[in-house]
Design a protein around this ligand. Structure first.
Ligand SMILES: Nc1ncnc2c1ncn2[C@@H]1O[C@H](COP(=O)(O)OP(=O)(O)OP(=O)(O)O)[C@@H](O)[C@H]1O
Length: 301
């Protein structure tokens, strides 16, 4: 299996802050891979290292075998990165922006592909519009188009759907899934965990600069195969004896982790003793969001 992206013992400090504490993992060619983690976990730093915008203090990163520092030009040609921040030249229109980006990769006659991406991303009628006149969602589409202009085999999207409407999300994912089925490797960071759950086959979770999980999606979900008990209580207070099972509170419901359904009896007995009445009760398999909360809980805080 060819390795699309490899991080080896990557460390990065910003002053006193250790943003990456020796990150090691590889993404294979053709994967649809999710890189998840709470705010400040180090995802964007890792992606900037991959794009050659930030240098690691130690360790290395490569794209299809090309080191992003010592073999920068080859690595840069093989990867397309959709950045989190909207950066653009306000004096260009959309087509000029994409032609300019093509020129950066030495592609002179790229209009057929530019037309195709404009069409697929719902930008065809904005091709001649000036960048500064576009809405935020439209600018985000151009960012995606810009990253794809040189048909990179490896595509990295850093929160591409942050603040965009449902229509773009659907258009974008249909397009990206199509590219993935044609062999492109996709790495995605997102805070919409249902996107990762639906689209990705492997998931890495980063927390405070360290990997805390790296697994196939099914295995990750299987390993956290307990159940989640959702309780609405009167009074709406969880007895102290049950606090250690609490995963989250959502819409007035307490979500408790159950490793075994037999624990249900003990929980109900504890509630009875504490004088709590159960108003609603629901038992579910945990979704990725609940697994994520368990993995990234700030025990060290
Ligand atoms: N240029 C910089 N100077 C100083 N600190 C930085 C710099 N870039 C990132 N950091 C810090 O490094 C840590 C990791 O940041 P990073 O942006 O990589 O996290 P993230 O996982 O992408 O977060 P988010 O989900 O919020 O985008 C954060 O604590 C951040 O404040």
């Amino acid at each position: 299996m060819t390795v699309a992206i490899r991080f080896q013992a990557v460390k990065k400090r910003f002053g006193a802050l250790e943003a990456l504490k020796g990150v090691d993992f590889a993404v294979e060619q053709g994967e649809f891979f999710a890189l998840l983690g709470p705010n400040g976990a180090g995802k964007t730093t890792l992606i900037s290292i991959l794009g050659g915008l930030t240098r690691p203090d130690s360790g290395s990163a490569s794209v299809l075998g090309h080191d992003v520092v010592s073999d920068y030009r080859a690595a840069r040609r093989l990867i397309g990165i959709v950045p989190q921040e909207l950066t653009f030249d306000p004096f260009f229109n959309v087509r000029e922006t994409l032609r300019f980006q093509s020129g950066y990769f030495g592609l002179r006659r790229n209009d057929d592909w530019i037309d195709e991406i404009l069409e697929r991303l719902g930008l065809a009628d904005k091709a001649e519009a000036n960048m500064r006149t576009l809405s935020g969602g439209m600018k985000r589409r151009v960012m995606v188009a810009q990253a794809l202009v040189h048909k990179p085999p490896v595509i990295v999207l850093d929160e591409p759907t942050a603040g965009v409407d449902v229509e773009l999300r659907q258009t974008l994912w249909a397009f990206i899934q199509g590219l993935n089925s044609r062999g492109h490797t996709i790495v995605l960071t997102t805070h919409y965990l249902e996107e990762a759950e639906t689209l990705c086959n492997r998931i890495a979770v980063l927390k405070q600069g360290e990997l805390v999980a790296l697994d196939r999606k099914q295995d990750l979900m299987q390993r956290h195969s307990g159940r989640t008990l959702s309780l609405r209580l009167e009074p709406s207070r969880l007895p102290a004896a049950l606090q250690s099972l609490l995963v989250a509170e959502r819409d007035g419901n307490f979500l408790l982790r159950l490793d075994d359904c037999a624990e249900l009896e003990t929980i109900l007995a504890t509630l009875r003793e504490a004088g709590s009445t159960v108003q609603e009760l629901d038992l579910q398999r945990p979704d990725l969001e609940q697994i994520f909360v368990q993995l990234t809980r700030a025990e060290t805080a």
